[in-house]
Design a protein around this ligand. Structure first.
Ligand code: KG4
Ligand code: ZN
Length: 345
């Protein structure tokens, strides 16, 4: 079965074709970063308009790369949520229209399920069941995954998502949007140990997390330095970035270790934009070694938003007979645990 996947939930337009026998056969990705950088964040209306501009040429491109025609796909999957409503509508309307025109079933896919199962696209894929740490710009969740669609939420951030905290700290350090990768890059020049920020909620039982206090601690440190020296020196910025990144990675590692112990599982999967962070990957890899557990993550291009993860999840569900009726529904807010189970065995 071949499925066309369309991702337009935020500021990346992603299109891919997934073949259940051969994997991803063709893909295209376009990032809108340049359009939003002067505003310091994603402007929803600009995002929708840019998806409209880019989507059809990119659809042509993936078919051309694959040497396929529209008669060669058996279904279409598009991101139905969570995300920006206008941006989601572009992918949903296009997916539904093509499905009707080509007479193939269509399915609205959950963006975070796309991230969650992206490590399955790798040749060395994890076996179910596993614990997943989902870390993106909008979500930080620990999930017990028994199979496709069988998700139990173990814990989540009660306030900011880890990616959001990275983005906000980037702004405090006067770095451009998107901040996460910029903070990570700056952190490499930082001197570890000069600052130490709190590891929020690690001394409390449970698997929930919080990152807003950490963000405030960073803000106070910046203010203190500014009141002494005026503007922050580059080394100050780098040292703060380094301490912040370490505090996030440490907090997540402590919660992941607790989740592995609590569930008795020995497989940890990390996915979502922040899973591209090298310090986090290193910290979690060290932690799992001590737990006699194993860690899996997607290749870098599948950590952040892309069409491949949507085509992949769409194929798993469409193959199992799931599809939407004619009603086109997008869900800007949508919990992962509401999804229907699918058995792919
Ligand atoms: O999964 P994603 O592409 O989009 C959402 O679904 O939100 O994640 C984007 C988030 C942003 O907050 C971005 O700053 C963060 O992931 N991010 C990173 C890195 N790369 C992306 N954060 C820290 N280090 C990185 N290398
Ligand atoms: Zn995402």
């Amino acid at each position: 079965m071949r499925v066309l996947g369309i991702e337009t939930s935020c500021d990346e337009t992603g299109v891919a074709i997934y073949d259940t026998q051969h994997g991803i056969v063709s893909e295209a990705l376009y990032s809108q970063v340049e359009n939003h950088v002067e505003y310091g964040g994603v402007v929803p209306e600009l995002a929708s308009r840019d998806h409209i501009r880019k989507l059809v040429p990119m659809l042509r491109q993936v078919f051309s790369i694959a040497g396929l025609g529209h008669g060669d796909v058996d279904g279409i999957a598009y991101t139905a949520g969570p995300g920006l409503i206008g941006a989601l509508m572009v992918g949903a309307a296009t997916g539904r229209a093509l499905g009707m025109a080509w007479d193939v079933p269509t399915l609205g896919v959950h963006h975070m399920e796309g991230h969650l199962l992206a490590p399955m696209l790798e040749s060395k894929a994890p076996q179910y069941p596993f614990v997943a740490l989902l870390v993106s710009g909008g979500h930080t969740q620990l999930v017990k995954v028994d199979d496709v669609g069988q998700y139990q939420l173990l814990g989540e951030s009660l306030d900011d998502a880890a990616g959001e905290a990275f983005d906000k700290v980037a702004k405090m350090l006067e770095l451009d949007y998107p901040g996460g990768p910029k903070v990570a890059k700056l952190a490499q020049q930082g001197v570890a140990g000069r600052f130490r920020f709190p590891r929020p909620m690690v001394d409390r039982p449970g698997l929930d997390m919080s990152f807003s206090g950490l963000k405030t601690a960073v803000l106070y440190t910046i203010h203190d330095l500014q009141s002494v020296d005026g503007k922050l020196a580059l080394q100050d910025q780098a040292d703060i970035a380094c301490a912040f990144e370490e505090a996030v990675a440490d907090t997540l590692a402590i919660k992941c270790r607790r989740a592995l112990r609590q569930t008795g599982l020995r497989t940890l999967v990390i996915a979502g934009g922040v899973s591209a962070n090298t310090a986090l990957r290193q910290k979690l890899s060290d932690m799992v070694k001590h737990q006699q557990a194993r860690i899996y993550y997607p290749r870098l291009q599948y950590c952040t938003d892309n069409g491949a993860m949507i085509a992949h999840v769409g194929a798993l569900r469409l193959r199992a007979g799931q599809s939407n009726n004619l009603a086109m529904q997008v869900k800007p807010r949508w919990s992962l645990v509401e999804l229907d189970p699918v058995s792919v065995k």
